[in-house]
Design a protein around this ligand. Structure first.
Ligand code: CA
Length: 502
């Protein structure tokens, strides 16, 4: 077959490779345009104003008459109105049979007073404000050269540098979002419960706004304005880091049930194959993890918005469904205030990859959540109170979703991509899953798992999903490093700040 059709009601399909004009695709479909790989072709004539259907879902309405075999791109569709957020149906799709886990434990680092274990042993140095970043970066270089080699059980030292802290409207209504993210990042299980904070001394995000009282003391906090110049600052930071490293060095891995594992899912640089191969394979791995008791978060509000009714029917009760609606409404308003709408997502790269609009992207995106019931919905950066599959509302931007999920406590992220991105997090390894063979061939040394064979029919979703499940547990257990982790790639901590800057 030269194309993939997903739903039985679909009147369009995806070209599995470039199909030149005049290609006989079988079933009486002959292409009347050159159709790029991953793009849609019409399987029947679709009159002007009629529905264009993929995934059994209306992607949009034909702007003009579309002929059988014609290329359908973003210019040929009108966007449908998004599903209503009022009175969504919940709890009607909770019994999908999930695959039995083939492993039920991993090797992790337990953390006192934390329901989740770490999978890496990292000294994180948090900051209250961007002003201290220059000093901290110099100090980190010295810590890595002079101290870290002495502590063989510690994997890394990571600066939580960010653009928040000063010149911000700290009492603005939405300031709670960046503040909550920075507060909760401190408790990420990969940081072992050790607290180290660098402050300037005159910033709006003062230490008492970041930390609870019991942590505010000379063992955890350094205020640069209290120090006698550069040398004193360096000495203080290195002394404190040395003490923290001594403690972290005593951590050891032990065999733990998967209920102690918390991971995140994200996609970026998606194409039309993402929803066919990479995301459903990730969904299969997610279902297996959830069945074994693990916690899996998925996010990206604008990529869920158009499929929100499918998510709502998997929420376990009314309160979870109501929180889902609340987060979606908040984001609708946030976009409205900026005088844009959800059509601002997808990206030019997504469109080149065959994704015509946000409905199509959303249907592919939610496939990564598998079929498990949704036990909780979190606001950006909130920490979970439940286990299982959790919807953590965040922006879809890769580099902003990452820190939000880290604040919610993920210790590893699985990242699906069709067009490719070298994105990684310093504080949690990112595993890359690609949607098509061509990307694997091009970026062989950057892609961990290739779901391309699912698109070409050479492998099943179950096979690639199982391969990913095993790979996640091997990386979590420290038996393997993800490719991006191996190269020490790391994006900046782009903290989500919907509040004004002064
Ligand atoms: Ca993303």
């Amino acid at each position: 077959m030269l194309y993939v059709k997903i739903g039985d009601k679909d009147n369009v399909a995806i070209a599995i490779k470039d199909l030149p004009k005049g290609t006989d695709c079988g079933n009486g479909v002959v292409t009347i345009d050159d159709i790029p790989q991953a793009h849609k072709l019409a399987l029947v004539d679709i009159p002007k104003g009629k529905e264009v259907i993929r995934y059994n879902v209306v992607l949009g309405y034909a702007k003009n008459d579309i002929k059988k075999g014609e290329w359908i791109n973003e210019f040929k569709l009108d966007l449908p109105t998004p599903p209503s957020l009022d009175n969504m149906v919940y709890g009607t799709n909770l019994n999908y049979p999930l695959p039995d886990p083939i492993r039920t434990t991993f090797m992790g680092y337990e953390v006192e007073n934390n329901p989740y274990a770490g999978i890496r042993n990292i000294l994180a140095i948090h900051t209250t404000v961007q002003c201290v970043t220059g000093i901290l970066n110099v100090a980190i270089k010295k810590i890595k050269q002079e101290l870290l080699p002495k502590y063989k059980n510690v994997d890394d030292v990571v600066a939580i540098n960010h653009a928040y802290g000063c010149g911000v409207a700290i009492n603005a209504k939405e300031a709670k979002v960046p503040i909550r993210i920075l507060q909760n990042l401190i408790y990420n299980p990969n940081f072992g419960g050790e607290v180290m904070v660098l402050s300037l001394g005159c910033e709006k995000l003062s230490v008492d706004k970041l930390l609870p009282k019991e942590y505010i003391n000379d063992e955890n906090v350094i205020v640069l304005q209290d120090k006698k110049g550069f040398k004193d600052m360096m000495t203080s930071i290195l002394e404190m880091a040395d003490k923290k490293l001594q403690k972290l060095n005593k951590r050891t891995r032990k065999e733990l049930p998967l209920s102690k594992l918390c991971i995140g899912m994200q996609c970026g640089g998606s194409d039309a194959f993402s929803g066919v191969s990479a995301n459903p394979s990730a969904g299969y791995a997610s279902d297996m993890l959830v069945k074994a008791g693990a916690t899996v978060m998925f996010s990206e509000v604008t990529e869920v918005r158009d499929g929100v009714h499918y998510i709502a029917e998997r929420t376990v009760d009314k309160s979870v469904c109501d929180k889902l609606a609340k987060e979606m409404k908040w984001y609708d308003n946030y976009l409205l205030e900026g005088e844009v709408d959800r059509s601002a997502n997808p990206t030019p790269g997504n469109k080149k990859g065959g994704l015509s609009n946000i409905v199509e992207k959303a249907m592919g995106s939610i496939a990564k959540s598998g079929h498990a019931p949704i036990s909780e919905v979190l606001s950006p950066g909130e920490r979970p109170t439940k286990h299982g599959l959790i919807y953590a509302a965040t922006p879809a931007s890769d580099i902003v979703c990452g820190p939000c999920q880290l604040a919610s406590g993920i210790t590893l992220q699985v990242f699906m991509t069709g067009r490719g991105t070298p994105y990684n997090l310093a504080a949690a390894p990112v595993i890359k899953v690609c949607s098509r063979n061509e990307l694997k061939n091009m970026w062989d040394d950057l892609i961990d798992i290739n779901a391309g064979p699912v698109a070409t029919g050479e492998k099943t979703i179950k096979e690639v999903g199982t391969e990913l499940f095993n790979y996640i547990l091997d990386v979590a257990s420290g038996k393997k490093k993800s490719k991006a982790e191996e190269y020490e790639l790391a994006n900046d901590f782009c903290i989500f700040n919907p509040a004004p800057i002064t």
